[in-house]
Design a protein around this ligand. Structure first.
Ligand code: PGA
Length: 260
């Protein structure tokens, strides 16, 4: 049940951080450390930047080995939705991935499972890969509800997008591990990844790919062990994606692990 993808996907989530100058410097360092000429193709990298910086970052990342990602997308196609950014607009500026259902959006913006599923649908409709985040809070884990919570969150996305579920990337992000420095152990992550993989397998046809990332305080110190855990196909990285040396170190670990 825990066979994983031989390829790894490493996605940085910059959250609400950065500046024009700071982003340019960070991207410059990333592209020096992760040049296209040396990319093996086994590891795919992306950075999800604040929407206001998508266009300049798109220019900086053009033709590089690092793809552009966004952190959210509207559940609507177009029209009178002040402040929202549509999937078509994201595609227009070169976005390849979009995070949907991050716990910070579920928590601070009251995003429901259904809304998250609709956002994933809008991204898929324009050829952008949604990175669907699922994960339990500490209270839910302590109450023994982890499996129920993550399965419910994923079920809504599968129900609406069943026909193209193999185009979705899932990120298991235990809420208690996000930004806390408290990572899930490899065993804890693997247990949930196995559940999610089984749920996805039941929805895709036999040879379709499944990609499940782990996120939550992944850093240069623990990435190798997490990324070498069967069933973990990559990482969604917050804090450690803001420092080029840390993010590059995680990419190098992914590369080393994917060789084995
Ligand atoms: P963190 O964030 O790596 O800082 O814990 C991960 C995320 O929220 O995607």
């Amino acid at each position: 049940m825990n066979q994983s993808n031989p390829h790894k996907l490493i996605v940085g989530n910059w959250k609400m951080n950065g500046s024009l100058a700071g982003n340019a410097a960070l991207i410059q360092d990333l592209l020096i450390g992760w040049p296209k000429s040396q990319a093996s193709g086994r590891v795919q990298a992306a950075v999800c930047v604040p929407s206001v910086y998508l266009t300049p970052c798109s220019g900086l990342l053009h033709h590089s080995a690092v793809d552009l990602g966004a952190q959210d997308v509207s559940a609507h196609e177009a029209g009178a939705y002040t402040g929202e950014v549509s999937a078509a607009m994201l595609r227009d500026v070169g976005v390849r991935y979009v995070i949907v259902g991050h716990s910070e959006r579920r928590q601070y913006h009251a995003e429901t499972d259904q809304l998250v599923a609709q956002k994933a649908q809008k991204a898929l409709a324009v050829g952008i890969t949604p990175v669907v985040c699922v994960g339990e809070t500490l209270l839910e884990r302590q109450a023994g509800q982890t499996a129920d919570v993550v399965k419910r969150q994923l079920a809504a996305v599968i129900q609406l997008n069943g026909h193209c579920v193999s185009e979705i990337v899932v990120a298991y992000e235990p809420v208690w591990a996000i930004g806390t420095g408290q990572t899930a152990t490899a065993e804890q992550a693997q247990e949930v990844h196995d559940l999610l993989r089984a749920q996805l397998k039941a929805a895709v046809s036999m040879h379709e790919r499944i990609c499940i990332l782990y996120g939550g305080s992944m850093n240069a110190g623990n990435a190798k062990s997490l990324l070498s855990t069967p069933g973990i196909d990559g990482g969604l990285i917050g804090g450690a994606s803001l420092k080029a040396t840390d993010f590059l170190s995680i990419l190098a670990d992914a590369e080393a692990v994917s060789k084995v």
